[in-house]
Structure formats: C-alpha cells, structure tokens
Design a protein around this ligand. Sequence first.
Ligand SMILES: Cc1cc2nc3c(=O)[nH]c(=O)nc-3n(C[C@H](O)[C@H](O)[C@H](O)COP(=O)(O)OP(=O)(O)OC[C@H]3O[C@@H](n4cnc5c(N)ncnc54)[C@H](O)[C@@H]3O)c2cc1C
Length: 470
Amino acid sequence: MDKESVDVFINQIRGFLKEEQIITDKDGMSHFCYDATEMRFMPDIVLLPCSSEEVSKIMKLASRLDLPVTPQGGRTGLSGGALPVHGGLVLSLLRMNKILEIDQKNMQIVVEPGVIAEDLQIELKKYNLFFPPDPSSTVESTLGGNVAENAGYTRAVKYGVTRDYVLGLEAVLPDGEIINIGGRTVKNVTGYDLVALLIGSEGTLAIVTKIICKVLPRPAIRKTCIMYLDDLGAAADLVVTIFGAGILPCAIEFMDSMSINCVADYLPTAESLIRRDAEALVLVEVDGNHEIATDYEARRIMDLSKGFSGVIEAKYAENDEQAEKLWRIRRDTLPALKAKGKDHLEADVVVPRYRLPFLVRAIQESVATKTVKVATFGHAGDGNLHVTIQYRKRNFAELEEANELLGDIYRKAIEMGGKLTGEHGVGITAKDYMKIQMSPAEIALMKRIKYAFDPKGILNPGKIFPEESG
Ligand SMILES: Cc1cc2nc3c(=O)[nH]c(=O)nc-3n(C[C@H](O)[C@H](O)[C@H](O)COP(=O)(O)OP(=O)(O)OC[C@H]3O[C@@H](n4cnc5c(N)ncnc54)[C@H](O)[C@@H]3O)c2cc1C
C-alpha cells in the first residue's frame, strides 16, 4: 500500500476505532508479521477490532478502497495462512476473546473467535464438559483459527474434527455484510451448508466473528499406554492391527526415532520415560466412563502389543501425572524439532489409515538416499503424518533435495488415495502442489466460490490457489 492510501484509510478508521486498536509502527507490527512457519511478511496496518460491528465497518472501508485484508488468530498456523503476503491490513481477532455462553443443559457454547483453545477447555472443565477439538497448539491457537483451518487434534480418531462440532457461525463478508448461518439446532438441511463451506476456508471467504458449537460430557476415565518399537513400519502396522481388533482408541499417535531423540534433548524431565534406542513409539489412549470397561480396552491393547513383532517395550501410564508426561512427549515434538535450529519444510499428508504402513515405508525408502534429515510423527490413527525435512538453507544442494523430497512425499500420499493436507491447510506452503491433487475443473469451481464471496479478491489474497491460477 502506498503511504497516501494508508493515511486515507487510517483517518477514516479513527472515526470508530480507538488509537490502541490501530498499530502502524514497525516495532508493533513486527509482532503480527510471522506465524509458526517462521516466514515473515510485513503488513501496512494492524487492526484489533473488539466487535463484529467494528469488523464490518473495517471491511466496508477496505472493500471500498480495495485493500488486502488478512485475518489472524493465534498465529500458530503451519501453512502461512495468517501471513499478509500482499501487505495491507492484518485483522487480528485476539481481542474478541469472550466465551459468551456455556449452555450446560443443551451442551452448547457460543464463543468469540479470539478465545484461546486452552482457556475454553479450562472453563468447560468446571461444567464437566469438553470440546473435543483441542489441537496440540492449545495454549496459543484460537477458536477462530481452529474453525478456519478445520483443525484436527490427537483425539480426532474417535471424536472427529472441528467441523463435526460447529453448529452455527456469525461471519463478516468481504464487503462488510454480517451473516448468521446455521444456528443452535442439531439438524439443519435448509439450502446449501454454508457453515461447512466456511469451516476450513482458511480465512479466504469471510471473517468468523462468532461460533456456536456443541460440546460433550467429559469422559471420566482415560488410560494411556506407550509402545516402543525397533522399526517404524512395524509401528504403522501396529496401528492398523489395533483397529483391526475392533478397538477404537480416542487417540493413537506415533513418532519416529529422530522425533523421539529431539524430544529427549528438549525435555530432560521426560528422559526416564523415553527410549532413545527405539526406532518408533506409539502412544495410545482409550477413554470412557466405566473403570472396568476402559481398563479392559487398555489391557487388550497392551496384550496385542506385547505379542507384536517389533515391539521392544509396552507400558501403562500408572497415574494421571505419568499420562500427562507421556502426552507432553508427543505435544512437544514440533517445538523440539524446531529447537534444533535448522531450516525445515513440512508436509501434513493424510492417507486412508490402512495405507499408513505403505506410506511410512515409501517415505523411508525415499529418505534413505538423501543427505537431508527427516522426522516423521503424527496422528497415526487418522493416517495423518507430519513429515519435517530439515536442511541448511544456505546449502543449495540440500534445499533442492528438500524440495524434491517434499514433492515426492505429496505425490506418494496422493497415489495412495491420500490428500496434501490433513489439518494444517494449504495456505502458501502447499498451494503450488494443489494441481497434484485437484483437477483443473475442481480448482476452477473453488475459484468461482471464492469469487462469489469476494469478487474484489481482497480477503486473504495469495492463499490456497496456485499463483498462475489467480
Ligand atoms: C506446536 C504446534 C502444534 C500444532 N498442533 C496442531 C494440531 O494438533 N492440529 C491442528 O489441526 N493444527 C495444529 N497446529 C497448527 C495450528 O495450530 C492450527 O492450524 C490452528 O488451527 C491455527 O489457529 P490460530 O488461531 O493460530 O490461527 P492463525 O495461525 O492465526 O490463522 C490460521 C488461518 O486461520 C485464518 N483465521 C484466523 N482467525 C480467523 C477468523 N476469525 N476468521 C476467518 N479466518 C481466520 C487465518 O487467516 C489463517 O488462514 C499446530 C501448530 C503448532 C505450532
């Protein structure tokens, strides 16, 4: 944006926003120019609206002046969706952070988009309720960001993803119109499902300003077990075998040896629980309300694992504190890998669960001939793998190799009936690979939907669509 447009815009915005809601100095804005991808794009202005009406007024003005607007939540995104790649305005929803209602009788909640996921869980616990979609970024990510990305989480294998809990949304369209879609009914098949369309739209169609969700009674009992294995492929086989035995865990996660060792370095307090010599670990949790039934399920998993080829150790968490420590190992995987300080590329591929062992082995095969290092971990129960390729940016050969490997992993996942991204979204990191998965007709249809919502193309431009397709 040129300085003149910025000045015109700010003069008008001062008519309804307080000075503290407008940031234009470089220092202040530098806080909003990056997300968990660690890429940086400087906006021209950052605005912190406190209500839907303010968001609407901002959008009306931005639309009139053709200004790009990038909605932002907690900036924990891993595909760069919240980055203002075309400059313009960053609209941070962090001040719209009220839990407006907890309706215990109907097991529903109404929240503003800036509510932090963990704050909601803490509040719901007081009512013996829980909101299953709780990503590992729970301490920083917002409900608005979780809806915009259709976030997954460790318990999605049993409870489904964010989409399965959202009943209604209030949202502001790019021209400033406020819409209320869906609502508080459990059923609704009136016309097209606009709520479903906005969920996972990565802030490119509308700005979510209020969210109505269903919540569930909190399960009283959780049993957590950990298995260490001497082979990564065998870990994927174990996951498929557990489901094949008719058991539905609420979470089943896995990590490879590089992830395990990075966490061991990063979390010295968990050292006694970690086996550095293992090639893989599988973390399984079952939950329920009856001690005997839940314990029976956990025991079946342990019995199955102990007799499974490749398992070198299988153990229960003895109490909640130990279970929490085991979960910490998995939750801290990404920060632990990043703490190694190397540059990295990340894939968030997902395949049908029964294909997981094939994908894991195919990735191992590709990696075997490379010099770059690769860590694989993720939501094995969902067939969702996070593959982190570590390389040195200044080393051109490594950068090239990392990019080649990334494309190869995407292609392999898609050949196996999988998808480019299971939960992190396309954003800017995966958009150039969209054509591997989607046909030209499918991309064109998505672009027509984008145009119907945002004819001027001002909302979160530069995301999802490959560059040459606009
Ligand atoms: C350590 C770590 C662990 C993670 N674990 C998980 C995990 O288990 N599961 C998972 O799915 N993801 C995970 N992620 C990725 C990330 O946390 C999720 O994508 C999360 O949903 C992003 O929320 P946010 O509030 O940080 O959104 P941001 O990063 O700020 O934004 C993400 C996208 O949402 C859009 N957006 C934000 N708010 C709104 C709004 N109100 N209206 C419209 N669009 C909006 C933005 O424009 C952007 O496109 C993890 C990330 C990290 C760093």
